[in-house]
Design a protein around this ligand. Structure first.
Ligand code: GLA
Length: 639
């Protein structure tokens, strides 16, 4: 089909007369795929056990007649009101122990067996009825697992948490050792004493909380597997669920990605990183699928409705955003949603057909995008190669979310995004890698505050550098093992040998910054670092090392002891990239994104996205490409 184009289609929100117009407009816009059925449970099963599918038969027939593929969802993300009324014990429970009520969506406890039974029953109905419908090309299991109910603190969760812990630790001795319960008299003498982490008088045991987050993530993956197993009995079409690679980090997507047939993700711009955050989310989606093309299941044509102040996209921004996803390996560009709703919680969320109708900026750009994607069919299946990677691991983030740490100013996601942004400004295409993942294809690896780091991960990095790779390590990396126990002997713990620097104490900054000899500034963090063989590149004004480089085997390890300003970080990244022999994809002004997609047969394209208000030239060794202000050029490279 070339590059797929479309969005979530929710015809049940509209009178039947609208459906024919929808088909005509979809054809006009070049739409060739829509996601359907996502929130249709109450229409499919208005009362428990009574099903009404005729209206949906008509929807799928219309799509088939118009040559539009259906990405058919199981509707299990929003159980109908009868579910809450009949099974109140299956509703989610919040951190304060309050049971939530029906009236929005995702009102179910992921640990509830009743929920699972009812979800599988409707899944079976949908799969059996529609597996062979000609419109159905793929399956969309559920919707955004864990978007609103990732962690439920119910009795059902407690029971399942205990089982999960027994599987993990074998016995209470194992649990007590892993959780360090010798501290504050917390040793457990029976499994019945173990609960999900409900409110405590003061600071909770960090290992307990971390394990609950691991457990909760696992529960959601398990729900996916259960539905996928039912669908698979009826259909051999590919299945996925829409991840959120740029937000909602409550699910370990490294684990989840092993369960889907292909990766899809949803992305919404968020301040302050906006289109740079988009690039990260797209690179991460690609990396989760091992580099294979992926599906952008949702993004927005303009404003969302959930950010307090919801910025409408500037003219051309919709095109730039979509093309950035395409540049980074997406083979499908889709939106939430086809028609902006008139009613309900999301009536102020943009759609492909806005409230204003077709005489609108949004519709004109939606049509233009459809036409342009139609012309880019040849890119389908092409891939992106990255020589750099940035490490990202949920368990590290979850550990750092704990309230008691050296400074509340250190935010693991913020550090990751700041370091990724420096790669983006340098024009370096990066993958996202798990700390224990295969790094052998990279020359440069960035380690942004990977505080929780297993011995295996530390050895992985040592092996990478010994073999000639370059790493750039931020403060607060390599500090604790996977049970959140601190490595002894000085910081950065497991990475001390690799970086050739040892600190005996952290000095988080309280309300000031630290000046650097280079003229730059450090913030949030300082250390009393002493070198052990590393070369010093920059210092605080008292001579304490701020930036060091250590030769290790055939490679080099750059280490920073403070969070430096962007200009300084750009210099550090440039030096590390130069050590690694990593070049930007093309020569382009900062603010212009250039990513190469290529086929194994040698055909390749440079996707150039100009985020600036001025016309620019993008130069490669062979050619110069004109990219007008705010525009996107997809340039076929000469073989
Ligand atoms: C998510 C959901 C959609 C919609 C959008 C709004 O991506 O999957 O149903 O709520 O957010 O931005």
């Amino acid at each position: 089909m070339g590059i797929a184009y479309g969005g979530d289609y929710n015809p049940e929100q509209w009178p039947r007369e609208t459906w024919a117009e929808d088909m005509a407009l979809m054809r006009e816009a070049g739409v060739n795929r829509v996601s359907v059925g996502i929130f249709s449970w109450a229409k499919f099963e208005p009362e428990e056990g009574r099903f009404e599918f005729e209206w949906f038969d008509e929807v799928l027939d219309l799509l088939a007649d118009n040559g539009i593929e259906a990405c058919l969802a199981t509707p299990t993300a929003s159980p109908p009101p009868w579910f809450a009324a009949s099974y109140p014990e299956a509703l989610p429970v919040d951190t304060e122990g309050r049971r939530l009520t029906h009236g929005s969506r995702q009102a179910f406890d992921p640990s509830s067996d009743v929920y699972l039974a009812k979800a599988l029953a409707i899944t079976e109905q949908v799969a059996r009825r529609y597996a062979d419908h000609p419109a159905v090309g793929m399956w969309h299991i559920h919707n955004e697992y864990g978007c609103h109910n990732a962690r439920s603190y119910s009795e059902a969760a407690t029971a399942k948490f205990r089982t999960w812990l027994r599987d993990r630790y074998g016995d209470l001795d194992g649990l007590n050792a892993a959780w360090g319960t010798a501290f504050w008299s917390q040793a457990y003498s029976s499994w019945e004493q173990v609960f999900v982490p409900l409110p405590t008088p003061t600071i909770a045991n960090p290992a307990h909380v971390l394990d609950f987050k691991r457990f909760s993530s696992h529960q959601l993956t398990r729900l996916y597997d259960a539905e996928a197993t039912v669908v698979r009995r009826y259909s051999d079409k590919p299945m996925t669920t829409n991840f959120m690679t740029g937000s909602h980090p409550e699910i370990d997507l490294w684990e989840f990605a092993e369960h889907v047939d292909f990766v899809s993700t949803d992305h919404y711009l968020e301040r302050p990183f906006e289109h740079v955050g988009l690039a990260f989310a797209a690179d991460y989606a690609r990396s989760l699928g091992g580099g294979k093309p992926w599906v952008l299941m949702e993004h927005s044509t303009s404003a969302v409705n959930w950010q307090g102040r919801n910025r409408a996209k500037a003219p051309r921004e919709l095109i730039r955003n979509s093309m950035s996803h395409l540049a980074r390996g997406a083979d499908a560009i889709m939106f939430f949603q086809w028609r902006a709703s008139r009613q309900g919680a999301e009536k102020w969320h943009s759609g492909m057909v806005p409230h204003a109708g077709t005489d609108s900026k949004i519709w004109r750009e939606v049509r233009e995008l459809g036409a342009r994607l139609g012309d880019l069919a040849e890119l389908e299946g092409s891939t992106v190669t990255a020589e750099a990677a940035i490490l990202w691991d949920y368990q590290n983030l979850w550990a750092q979310e704990h309230e008691a740490k050296p400074t509340a100013d250190l935010d693991a996601m913020r550090v990751r995004d700041t370091y990724y942004a420096a790669l983006w400004r340098a024009g370096i295409t990066a993958d996202v890698a798990h700390p224990e993942g295969d790094l052998s294809g990279y020359r440069l690896v960035v380690v942004p505050a990977v505080y929780l780091m297993s011995r295996d991960a530390a050895e992985n990095l040592e092996r990478f550098v010994r073999g000639g790779g370059t790493v750039l390590v931020s403060p607060y990396s390599g500090i604790a093992d996977e049970t959140d126990a601190v490595y002894l002997g000085g910081y950065p713990g497991a990475l001390t040998d690799l970086v050739g620097v040892r600190s005996d104490e952290f000095y988080p900054l309280i309300d000031d910054t630290v000046a650097l000899a280079s003229g730059g500034t450090g913030s949030i963090w300082t250390e009393t670092a002493a070198t052990r063989g590393a070369e010093v590149r920059d210092t605080y004004l008292d001579g304490t090392p701020a930036w060091t480089v250590n030769r290790y085997g055939e490679g080099r390890a750059h280490y920073l002891t403070t969070f430096v300003d962007d200009a300084t970080l750009d210099r550090v990244v440039a030096a590390a990239a130069s050590d690694a022999g990593v070049e930007p994809t093309a020569e382009a002004p900062a603010g212009v994104e250039v990513v190469r997609r290529s086929h194994v047969d040698g055909r390749s394209w440079l996707v150039c996205v100009n985020h600036l208000d001025e016309d620019v030239k993008v130069k490669t060794a062979a050619e110069a490409i004109d990219v007008p202000a705010g525009e996107v050029v997809v340039h076929a490279e000469r073989a």
